[in-house]
Design a protein around this ligand. Sequence first.
Ligand code: NAD
Length: 110
Amino acid sequence: MERLSGKVAVITGGATGLGAAMATRMAAEGASVAVLDTDKDSGAQVVASLTAVSPQSAFYPCDVTSEDEVRSVFSAIADSFGKIDILVNNAGRHGPAGRHRLGRGLPGLG
Ligand SMILES: NC(=O)c1ccc[n+]([C@@H]2O[C@H](COP(=O)([O-])OP(=O)(O)OC[C@H]3O[C@@H](n4cnc5c(N)ncnc54)[C@H](O)[C@@H]3O)[C@@H](O)[C@H]2O)c1
């Protein structure tokens, strides 16, 4: 059963891991999927595997920490798809976070 027929899904961090799995499943359920990621090779590979069942799916290189890139990519998605039904804010790094020392090298701070 195609539960997402006619829907447009946007998945950040969709090139690998959980994001790629969600993109694959949503495409299988009939959605057109916009995959956003900094990893261009994996993103292109994932979308190539989706297009057999979801021909409109597309990869958009995008670093979600850049507001300019996000604005520009969402504008391109709006032009191509005309709407967004599902947004998955998945991009990120799993695992121990690095330690940051506030004030290092700043005048007046330790
Ligand atoms: N895997 C887990 O057990 C788990 C548990 C809790 C939370 N999460 C969260 O779920 C999300 C996915 O986890 P995963 O295990 O699939 O990770 P993953 O590392 O396999 O995939 C993350 C994807 O996000 C992309 N990405 C990273 N920074 C980005 C950025 N600034 N802009 C665009 N894309 C970016 C990476 O290139 C990668 O393709 C992460 O946000 C993670 O923190 C995962």
